[in-house]
Design a protein. Structure first.
Length: 266
């Protein structure tokens, strides 16, 4: 892992992601190393994803200046990196940015795979408008380590939702991307555990093969003997439709509000 400290000139970027006005990413690159990540394609990043992180050391100061003049809007933390990836424990940039967002009381939406978000619970509670989404794709720990190598264990993420709900924060779970076979194998216990955590809103999205993703996913799928299933998913995106329908129906039967994340694609 190559870690480089850099300076940035902007902190908030306009975004077209649903429900967000701005994107805030304190890091470029992500040490969690999810093989299916779309961020390299969005960023046109040619370095090996999961092998580098650029740490934007001055981003809290840049953010403070921007918040003084920006129109108030929802700030999404973690759109092309995880703000609570392991390096955040050392650099604390997401925390310092949250302190600025609290000062100016901007609405915040966090998405993460990490239980480290609980470290900042007291800060999150000070925001007038805040929500935290936690991504959980499977309860199979062997598969989790294969596809999301340095993420928090899935059960710990569900426990994170439980703690966030106990604190009174608005939460949602993200089952995404849906991984062929892998997600389906623990689908019902996954949805039940989300419900038992107190979270009632679940978003889901299929695996989308943007440039460069197949090569990384195929290596992980091959190790699990699942290459044929993933090849079908790559060649026929609509092969996800029956599983998406099952996720929708099963979640609703458990009393969950189910929502496709990108119904029109992206």
């Amino acid at each position: 892992m190559k870690v480089r400290e850099v300076s940035c000139t902007t902190a908030l970027s306009p975004t077209s992601l649903p429900g967000l006005d701005y994107a805030l990413n304190p890091y470029r690159g992500c040490s969690i190393g999810c093989v299916y990540c779309y961020a390299p394609s969005v960023l046109r990043e040619e370095r090996a994803w999961g092998r580098f992180v650029d740490v934007k050391r001055n981003i809290p100061a840049v953010l403070a200046k921007e918040l003084r003049r920006k129109r108030r809007g929802v700030v999404g933390i973690g759109t092309v990196t995880d703000g609570y990836q392991p390096l955040e424990a050392r650099y604390r940039l997401t925390r310092y940015c949250l302190e600025q967002l609290v000062r100016f009381d901007f609405p915040v939406s966090v998405q993460t795979k990490s239980s480290l978000v609980l470290r900042d619970l007291a800060l999150l509670e000070r925001l007038t408008e805040v929500e935290v989404g936690v991504t959980v794709t499977t309860l199979d720990e062997t598969a989790r380590r294969r596809f999301e190598p340095f993420s928090s264990p899935s059960e710990r993420r569900v426990a994170t939702l439980r703690d966030l709900n106990a604190a009174g924060l608005r939460t949602w779970a993200f089952i995404g991307p849906i991984l062929p076979v892998t997600t389906e194998s623990t689908l019902e216990p996954l949805l039940r555990s989300i419900r038992e955590s107190g979270t009632r809103h679940v978003m889901f999205d299929r695996l989308r093969f943007r440039p460069g993703i197949w090569e990384r996913v195929e290596l992980a799928a091959r190790g699990a003997g699942l290459t044929p299933a993933y090849r079908v998913a790559r060649d026929d995106p609509e092969s996800f439709a029956p599983l998406e329908a099952r996720i929708q129906a099963l979640g609703e039967s458990l009393g969950l509000a189910m929502e496709p994340a990108f119904p029109g694609g992206w």
